[in-house]
Design a protein around this ligand. Structure first.
Ligand SMILES: Cc1cc2nc3c(=O)[nH]c(=O)nc-3n(C[C@H](O)[C@H](O)[C@H](O)COP(=O)(O)OP(=O)(O)OC[C@H]3O[C@@H](n4cnc5c(N)ncnc54)[C@H](O)[C@@H]3O)c2cc1C
Length: 386
């Protein structure tokens, strides 16, 4: 691995996350995957090690320093090397916290962020059954009523759904206005009129809970609206600009974890009287895998650092990070199964789970087709400016 000149604090973060991954995640990941069990105990350990505050400013109970997004990426990567499903409890909490960081006022930051830094689970909800890639077509409404809003509708596929305490939710306050008619609200588990649908049973990231959120005349105080009315999509887009390198780092961790297992296995497994890694055919596969993993890491770290430095429009780089790293994760995990041979296809070995977990990173927070649309649009705009 290249030297990325991490700060002392970041080196400690990475080492702490690695220790949690090795001691708390590795022993349970197969069982949690099989039983679709939510990793509350692991998340508690992550919070007790102060990692839930790595993207939150000191004044709100965290330890972000000047590098919240880079810190979030480093911790996500390290946890994902052991399990891309368990790590998502951390990454999706960060996704839920970002709208509060970006659009919340001082009072809202004081009310919500210290709870997240202390270990409250968070979530972010924009997707609906009829509004995935085309989020603007969402149906959930938030209608102004006195000193609050009344929410009706539902959100689909929400990570940490049912388990999280705090939810950043996008709903339409004025459907006539399209993208300018959405607003973002913080909802708390237990609010009257806010309930959960069934948990999804998934091919991968099975330790992560994915549920529908249901709003039936759910009253939310105006004090829980993040930013001005109508700014919900802008908040969502700004959130994705910063969170997509995080999905990239989840993919990167999964790919790096699979690569390490593949190297170990190829050194141990003997055929034709020698370890299979002695074959140039496998060496070249491993060389390509390692090169792709390192290229993904370099792109994600550069993007995260640029965002932390105050990048105005990181959309293109964020989309590239997410898209490239998730495509790498899919390729590397499938190649790792090939290197394991027959046992790679067996649930007795951990490698098949890496490929199942990798797949979602090409889908959520905007599919890779949508990321390519974003990249192409940025290219076209850039060319038009010249
Ligand atoms: C496990 C899981 C967890 C999730 N967690 C969350 C969460 O926490 N919060 C949240 O809000 N959402 C979440 N999602 C939703 C996720 O972000 C969406 O599933 C995703 O954005 C795609 O939307 P869709 O499923 O409706 O697919 P669709 O939009 O129906 O897309 C179907 C296919 O058409 C392609 N497509 C659509 N439009 C275009 C286009 N313009 N150009 C080219 N191709 C196109 C897509 O790439 C895809 O291949 C989660 C989903 C899953 C499965």
């Amino acid at each position: 691995m290249l030297d990325y000149f991490l700060s002392e604090e970041q080196t400690v973060m990475v080492e702490t996350a690695r220790e949690i991954a090795e001691k708390k995640i590795l022993p349970v990941r197969a069982q949690y995957d099989e039983e679709e069990k939510f990793p509350h105990e692991v998340f508690k350990a992550i919070a007790e090690a102060d990692l839930t505050g790595v993207y939150i400013p000191e004044e709100f109970g965290g330890c972000a320093g000047g590098s919240p997004i880079m810190n979030m990426c480093l911790v996500t990567e390290e946890l994902s090397k052991a399990c891309g499903g368990i790590s998502l409890s951390f990454a999706s909490t960060a996704l839920g916290a970002l709208p509060i960081l970006f659009a919340g006022d001082d009072d809202q930051k004081k009310r919500f962020l210290p709870r997240i830094a202390a270990g409250a689970l968070g979530a972010f909800a924009i997707t609906e059954a009829g509004a995935g890639s085309d989020a603007v077509s969402m149906r959930a409404t938030a209608i102004k009523d006195g000193d609050g809003y009344v929410l009706n509708g539902s959100k689909m596929f929400i990570t940490n759904g049912g388990e999280a305490e705090l939810y950043s939710v996008i709903a339409m306050t004025d459907r006539e206005k399209g993208a300018r008619g959405a607003s973002c609200f913080v909802l708390e588990k237990g609010m009257p009129g806010f309930s959960f649908g069934k948990k999804e049973s998934k091919m991968g990231i099975r330790a992560s809970a994915t549920r529908e959120l249901i709003f039936q005349d759910c009253r939310v105080p105006t004090a829980n609206r993040l930013g001005r009315e109508g700014s919900g999509f802008m908040t969502a887009m700004r959130t994705f600009d910063s969170s997509r390198p995080g999905v990239g780092s989840q993919a990167l961790g999964i790919a790096a974890g699979a690569l390490a297992l593949a190297v170990d296995y190829a050194r141990e497994r003997k055929q034709f009287g020698k370890p299979v890694i002695a074959n140039q055919g496998l060496q070249w596969m491993l060389a390509d895998m390692a090169t792709q993993v390192e290229a993904a890491r370099a792109l994600i770290y550069a993007t995260a650092r640029w965002i932390d430095a105050g990048a105005k429009r990181p959309t293109m780089a964020s989309a590239m990070s997410k898209c490239f790293a998730s495509d790498v994760a899919m390729k590397v995990t499938i190649d790792a199964i090939q290197i394991f041979g027959g046992v790679g296809y067996s649930k007795e070995y951990p490698i098949e789970k890496y490929a199942r977990d990798a797949k979602i990173t090409q889908i959520y927070e905007g599919t890779n087709q949508i990321q390519r649309d974003e990249i192409a649009l940025a290219l076209i705009k850039e060319a038009a400016r010249k």
